[in-house]
Ligand binder design. Structure first.
Ligand code: PEP
Ligand code: MG
Length: 589
């Protein structure tokens, strides 16, 4: 029966596919398709690992001391029984043979199905067996890590591809698009799904500018977050439409609904093709004002998309993505240097703005760290520059790597979340220290322009201080909104209060742009607002001439710029700023 689940629209477009439910704890399991002739090898891989685990448990049982509690032996019996469970074995085979899932993915998919059945059991003893099942599955997965896959995880049939009417008929093949449904995914997990086989994403939790949503948007595939109980209501393999424009999930759609969304999907595709024609058009307003369109990236490889979209540089390289999902083992100077250098070379001489690491809050180093985080309010805690200044050796390592990479191209070094003069001075002194070390070692390095992010109201209210030390400023509207309005950007419960058009937010943005203009310093916006076509005209009217956004948003924003008359927008923006209800004025314009 068709039903819908409402959430927050975070990435535009329509995806139609079968649901793949992924538990956040297992998001790091590889997901890829295998070729037809390899299915037998893949089944063998699971069998070898399962047999090995059975042997392990049997040995454990035999070695149990005579006086061991009876419950222990009984528990091992249960584990052995679960390992031979017909539903587990046949289910795994089904996902491998019929759907061509790789072994790990097939195993975790079948685990999710059986785990739900356990959840629904009346009997408490049986319900608790879910934990045992989880343990045996974990054991098999651990064992499989040691049994190499005979196939390369490259065969990604249907990778991010849109569904055609024809696909809907190919129900049983690997050509069926898949959409990922999860309770929660960390930004690092999300990154792992980049260039993956999923055509859309939906999560129960998250706000529009949570980092998970930001990565989803950078993948340019439809996504909905904050859909509350979606991962409970949707079952493995259900057909789901993800409407990333309206923020709605439609589960088990009827043929009429499917046809309607198929039509919308094709319209979206046509619109994209139309926008593509603007790729080489210079970014100028109707009255001849040049506007710089830069890219936000998470990894060096993203520069390819940035160049393809016509970005004239990288306005924000979120370097923390190099640090995440590595079980706390941070990248050393050489690894970071190579990554930054790759990004610089990928931009072929265009400038690259590397932001120093912004770990903390909804960007934990890894998901276990998040689970263990006992701080009451991490968004107000040890995050970004605070985290860096608390660990000078780590920060110096990053600074040296960036300075060395700057020998290969134009680099801007951007510092996140500064608020205090002392933090600015400490940062400057550490940059000097990093340069001195490189000098002493005779290591080559290049010049960098220094920039600060304006993302805390305290910074926006003390601009003169910032402009005394920095060459340019970059407005991080995602955090500026969060901290001005005291709204956790990752919390869907207060997402209705997360208002980019709040007069206080607009005032801080307007003042920052005006002050930079007055002092002849560069200023850009690199928060999600820069890529929101609904905000382009207002930002132009406020005098902004540098926007940094996901590469996928560049052409749509360019279209707005080409249609805008900046001289007329300025007085209108003044009115919006003075209004009690700027959002209403924006909509009516
Ligand atoms: C911002 O806060 O607007 C920003 C660009 O940084 P991040 O989203 O990574 O916090
Ligand atoms: Mg920020």
């Amino acid at each position: 029966m068709t039903f819908s689940v409402h959430g927050l629209a975070v990435s535009r477009g329509i995806a139609i596919g079968r649901a793949v439910l992924v538990a956040s704890s297992r998001a790091d399991v590889a997901h890829y398709f295998i070729e037809d002739e390899k299915t037998a090898d893949e089944i063998t891989r699971v069998r070898i690992s399962r047999n090995a685990v059975m042997e392990e448990i049997t040995r454990l049982q035999q070695d149990l001391p005579k006086d061991a509690p009876h419950e222990l032996a009984a528990l091992l019996d249960v584990h052995l029984m679960l390992l031979q469970d017909e539903q587990l074995i046949s289910g795994v085979k089904h996902w491998i043979v019929d759907r061509h899932y790789n072994a790990e993915w097939a195993l975790t998919t079948q685990y999710e199905i059986i785990a739900r059945q356990f959840d629904d059991m009346e009997d408490e003893y049986l319900r608790e067996r879910k934990a045992d099942l989880e343990q045996v599955v974990e054991r098999i997965l651990r064992h499989m890590k040691g049994v190499a896959s005979p196939v390369q995880p490259a065969a990604q049939a249907g990778a991010g591809r849109k569904l055609s009417q024809q696909d809907l008929l190919l129900d049983d093949t690997t050509d069926v698009p898949l959409v990922l449904v999860a309770h929660d995914l960390s930004p690092a997990d999300m990154l792992q799904f980049k260039q993956s086989l999923f055509a859309g994403f939906a999560t129960d939790v998250g706000g529009k500018t949570s980092h998970t949503a930001i990565v989803a948007r950078s993948m340019d595939i439809p996504a909905v977050v904050g859909a509350r109980s979606a991962s409970q209501l949707i079952k493995q393999d259900d057909w789901v439409i993800i409407d990333g424009d309206a923020g709605v999930l439609i589960v088990d759609p009827s043929p009429i609904i499917l046809a309607e969304y198929g039509f919308k999907q094709r319209q979206g595709e046509l619109e994209r093709q139309r926008l593509n024609r603007l790729k080489n058009t210079p970014s100028l307003t109707m009255d001849g004002q040049r506007v710089e369109l830069l890219a936000n990236i998470e990894m060096p490889e993203d520069t390819l998309g940035a160049v393809t979209a016509g970005a004239v540089g990288v306005g924000l390289f979120r370097s923390e993505f190099l640090f995440m999902g590595r079980s706390g083992k941070l990248p050393d100077e050489e690894e970071q240097y190579q990554a930054y250098r790759k990004a610089i070379e990928g931009m072929h001489g265009l400038p690259v703005t590397i932001r120093t690491v912004d770990i903390g809050s909804d960007k934990p180093l890894d998901r276990h760290a998040k689970a263990q985080d006992t701080h009451l309010n991490p968004a107000l805690g040890l995050r970004a520059i605070r985290w860096s200044l608390a660990d000078p050796p780590m920060f110096l390592t990053q600074l040296r790597a960036i300075l060395r990479a700057a020998a290969h191209g134009q680099v801007n070094l951007l510092v996140p979340m500064l608020a205090h003069a002392t933090e600015i001075r400490q940062t400057m002194s550490l940059i000097d220290h990093a340069r001195a070390t490189l000098d002493n070692n005779g290591t080559p390095y290049g010049p960098v322009r220094l920039g600060a992010m304006i993302e805390i109201p305290a910074a926006a209210l003390t601009l003169k201080l910032f402009l005394k030390y920095f060459d340019f400023l970059s407005i991080g509207t995602n955090d500026l909104i969060q901290y001005t309005l005291a709204i956790d950007r990752a919390d869907e419960a207060v997402s209705h209060l997360y208002d980019p058009c709040h007069p206080a937010v607009l005032r801080l943005i307007a003042d920052t742009i005006a002050e930079c203009d007055a002092q002849g310093k560069g200023v850009s916006v690199c928060g999600e607002m820069a890529g929101d076509v609904g905000m382009t005209r207002l930002l132009l009217g406020l005098g902004l001439r540098s926007f940094s956004m996901h590469p996928s948003q560049i052409l749509a924003v360019k279209q707005q710029i080409l249609r805008a008359d900046a001289s007329k927008l300025q007085p209108w923006a003044e009115q919006v700023l003075a209004s009690e209800d700027p959002a209403a004025l924006l909509q009516s314009a």
